[in-house]
Design a protein around this ligand. Structure first.
Ligand code: DC
Length: 220
């Protein structure tokens, strides 16, 4: 049986940084499921499909072939054969991913891909529904969160460091909107699994969060 670590939480809680580091230390594969929803969103944006057009999204999602591969341990996302990894981390794609991920056809397709990956490899998988839906029997489940202000500031620093022009109030409003949608959608909304450990990273360093998760794995 493969070993599975599930990390869920809202946007900007530090899931990907922490999950990547935990995977590296344990020699596991890191699976960024948000990137899969983002690749689907990129496909929809390129086809000019409206975020509110549920039927259009369902139809289009059938033609988006999303696959994952690894280069030097780093996850690459292929969309119909094109490596789109470098195009996924924009606010536009993130907002479309949040909007289109409410669609059950999109979710079904990507969840199947995630479950197939986790069945053959030891994984650290991060997302919104990993502990509740994708890997309900994961060995360790963490719900990683932080205050809204703290998450907005981190996203702002991340974008500023990349030289992107951004505004803290707008980012905070975006985060609130995305949380609201991710937590209230009908299909597999973001929520803490009953058996997940809550970790609030507001006053923790990245190293402390990584240490906490490794200690949960070792304590099992
Ligand atoms: O983690 P992220 O910001 O890359 O995710 C982008 C969006 O994708 C997020 O707002 C909701 C959706 N998502 C999801 O519904 N389920 C997941 N397991 C991962 C992401």
């Amino acid at each position: 049986m493969s070993y599975q670590i599930a990390i869920d939480g809202p946007a900007g809680a530090g899931k990907s940084t922490v999950a990547k580091a935990v995977a590296e230390r344990l020699g596991y594969i890191y699976v960024d499921t948000g990137a899969m929803y983002r690749a689907m969103a990129l496909y929809l944006l390129r086809r000019h499909i409206d975020a509110a057009d549920a039927e259009g999204i369902s139809e289009a999602s059938r033609h988006a072939d999303i696959t994952i591969s690894y280069v030097d341990g780093a996850q690459q996302v292929l969309l119909n054969g094109e490596n789109v990894t470098g195009l996924l981390r924009t606010e536009e794609v993130g907002n479309m991913a949040s909007a289109s991920s409410v669609n059950p056809d999109v979710r079904k397709k990507l969840v199947e891909l995630q479950q197939a990956l986790a069945a053959r490899e030891n994984v650290v998988m991060d997302g919104r529904d990993i502990g509740t839906c994708v890997l309900p029997d994961a060995n360790v489940k963490v719900y990683l969160t932080a205050s809204t202000g703290c998450r907005a500031k981190r996203r702002y620093d991340e974008l500023s460091a990349k030289g992107e022009d951004c505004n803290l109030e707008e980012i905070e409003a975006d985060i609130r909107e995305r949380d609201e949608r991710d937590m209230t959608r009908e299909f597999s909304p973001l929520r803490q699994a009953g058996d997940a450990v809550l970790v609030d990273s507001s006053d923790m360093t990245v190293e402390e969060v990584i240490g906490k998760i490794i200690s949960l794995v070792q304590g099992k």
